[in-house]
Design a protein around this ligand. Structure first.
Ligand code: UT7
Length: 328
């Protein structure tokens, strides 16, 4: 049996507090002009102290469920993609299950950084196709602000908090579906982008506490090159697997890390800029949440029409990359 799987609803949630580039210039030696020219980011959202990754994820999930017309009790699978879990254990998905009241759902997390939401989409799609699960809520949620070194201008200007979600279930007659997916990993490049401390390799101790090892470290220029190549290849792969060509693609929703990366990919895919979805000026890079928030905004802004074929493509720490072609 190989049933098609559809996206029945999308949702997103970003925290209220806005941090502008000018706000950042009061904390580190940076300025709006540098950030906008080098990245395209104008502002980002910062979660409140008591607002955890699971809270952001649950709010996004509620909106996706509402749009899908599905009750929480009908959900049998919740997967959260995050690199900023509420706790190392249990999984953030367990807290989300409780907030949603989705008592029947199996809930777990996966960690694939910025590619996480598309990793989870592939996993959930395959689990639904086998018949093991019926109604899945997939979530990309991050509270990166807790894992940023706010004294490091090379990273703190880039990231933000937020969450996006989608409801997946078997496609009914006439509904669109996930046409093709691709996910990949290169574990030879773990050093390019990581949070070195706080895990078993490097626990945070009294002696190293001042070194801020539980914050994001990145070799930006190296990551940039890999990001362009991997996202271009992965997007091409899913376009081809779906039996399509670049001109058939109504919209590309790329990972929102840097406008220059997005432009470079659009260029290489030969997709015109008006068919590329961009919202990073509002949120910065929200890792696993980025594609999920962008999907929801594209959906709610009416950028996706029934029957449209569109591509989502992501890249992140791992290194990881992922892409999907969807018929809406
Ligand atoms: O989501 C996972 C994937 N992540 C990514 O895709 C990120 C990929 N990398 C990038 O987006 C870019 O490499 C960055 C935005 C991180 C950096 O842009 P860049 O054009 O590669 O700049 P750079 O690191 O080469 O820095 C250029 C200059 C340096 O000064 P010098 O050495 O030329 O004097 C930096 O010290 O800009 C300086 N600089 C800053 N200046 C003002 C670095 N950060 C800042 C800052 N404000 N925030």
């Amino acid at each position: 049996m190989n049933h098609a799987v559809t996206i029945a609803g999308t949702g997103s949630y970003v925290p209220e507090r806005i941090m502008t580039n000018d706000d950042l210039s009061k904390i580190v030696d940076t300025n709006d002009e540098w950030i906008v020219t080098r990245t395209g980011i104008k502002e980002r959202r910062i979660a409140a102290e008591g607002e955890h990754t699971s809270h952001l994820g649950a709010k996004a999930a509620e909106r996706a469920l509402e749009q899908a017309g599905l009750a929480a009790e009908d959900v049998d699978l919740i997967i959260v993609a995050t690199i900023t879990p509420d706790t190392l254990t249990p999984a953030t998905a367990c807290y989300v299950q409780e907030y949603l009241g989705a008592k029947k759902a199996v809930a777990f997390d996966i960690s694939a950084a910025c590619s996480g939401f598309l990793y989870v989409m592939k996993i959930a799609k395959n689990l639904i196709q086998t018949g093991a699960f019926k109604n899945a809520v997939i979530i990309g949620a991050e509270k990166l602000s807790n894992f940023i070194n706010w004294e490091d201008r090379t990273t703190c200007v880039l990231f933000g908090d937020g969450a996006g979600a989608a409801v997946l279930r078997r496609a009914e007659e006439g509904e669109g579906s996930i046409l093709a997916t691709d996910i990949g990993t290169d574990g030879g490049q773990t050093h390019l982008l990581n949070i070195p401390g706080g895990g078993s390799a490097c626990p945070i101790t009294i002696d190293n506490a001042s070194e801020r090892l539980a914050t994001l470290a990145m070799l930006g220029k190296e990551v940039f090159k890999h990001a362009v190549r991997r996202m271009k290849d992965s997007a091409n792969e899913v376009i081809e697997r779906a039996g399509l060509a670049a001109e058939d693609i109504a919209l590309v929703i790329p990972h929102q890390a840097n406008l220059r990366i997005i432009d470079a990919i659009a260029d290489r895919l030969t997709v015109p800029n008006d068919r590329v979805f961009v919202n990073l000026h509002k949120y910065g890079n929200t890792s696993a949440a980025a594609i999920a928030i962008a999907l929801d905004e594209a959906n709610r802004e009416g950028r996706l029409k029934r029957g449209d074929k569109f591509v989502m493509v992501a890249f992140g720490a791992g290194l990881t990359w992922a892409a999907a072609t969807i018929e809406w």
